[in-house]
Design a protein around this ligand. Structure first.
Ligand code: 2AL
Length: 248
């Protein structure tokens, strides 16, 4: 199967890291295309960044539809553009936050999320609410590291994340920890070793869920609100979306 994993930010080093983590998790028959938008923010750390990045995610799904993609993963912890992306394809589309929440709930009754900056915590809290995981999550914590520190100052970033994960383990009454950023895709083993709890990260979780859905022959329902968008005129910079007819 062909799995297109979209890093919604425009930092190539993070896209490469996400692709490698996805390949390590993937079954032998799964080929991984790791991509990023042509334009947009270098990291996603606010509602504004997230809104801009969603357009790039949708363009990457439209590009994937020309290549017979079997499944998509949106590899940013805010799951930007998730439902809109599902409208564009019959393939499954999985966000890394929803994948991580589902996986964590299968190995523990309570988890905490450890994310990057405190200001992004509200995005995870909104998703927990929206996806029905509010009661599974004890706390959304932040290591207070900017996203690109995961690339540029990775040793000190890892130290801060481990410290926050230890606090989560000792104070939150939890059974597992969810890492709240696509740029943490390579950190589960190191953190789990230090903290002694199952550590779940969304890139690898989403790859395995996508493989499961494709294996079961399940794709995005075209019945109801996730049907293809109605063709219509778009004006100005979005003119290319006029009378959009994704591959049906
Ligand atoms: C993210 C993420 O996963 N990628 C990114 O650029 N920002 N989210 C986050 N909470 O740090």
């Amino acid at each position: 199967m062909r799995l297109r994993i979209i890093n919604p930010n425009t930092t190539a080093a993070m896209t490469a890291k996400i692709g490698e983590a996805a390949r390590r998790a993937a079954a032998p028959g799964t080929s991984i295309q790791a991509t990023q938008p042509a334009s947009g923010p270098v990291s996603i750390e606010s509602h504004f960044d997230e809104a801009i990045s969603a357009v790039g995610v949708l363009e990457e799904v439209l590009a994937g539809e020309k290549e017979e993609t079997d499944a998509y993963v949106i590899a940013c912890f805010g799951d930007p553009g998730l439902l809109a992306a599902r409208e564009l394809t019959r393939a499954p589309v999985i966000g890394i936050a929803e994948a991580a929440f589902h996986m964590a709930s299968l190995v523990s009754t309570r988890f905490s999320v450890v994310t990057t900056l405190g200001r992004t915590g509200i995005i995870a809290e909104h998703l927990l609410e929206q996806y029905g995981f509010r009661h599974h999550c004890r706390r959304v914590r932040a290591a207070e590291i900017p996203v690109l520190d995961l690339e540029e100052n990775s040793a000190s970033a890892l130290g801060r994340i481990i410290d926050e994960c230890r606090r989560a383990r000792d104070e939150d009454g939890i059974g597992s920890i969810v890492l709240g950023c696509g740029g943490m895709a390579d950190l589960t083993e190191a953190i789990s070793r230090e903290v002694g709890l199952p550590v779940i990260e969304g890139v690898t979780a989403a790859v395995k869920l996508a493989e499961a859905l494709v294996g079961l022959g399940l794709g995005t329902s075209k019945h109801g609100d996730l049907a293809f968008p109605r063709p219509k005129p778009f004006i100005g910079r979005f003119e290319a979306f006029t009378n959009l007819t994704p591959e049906r």
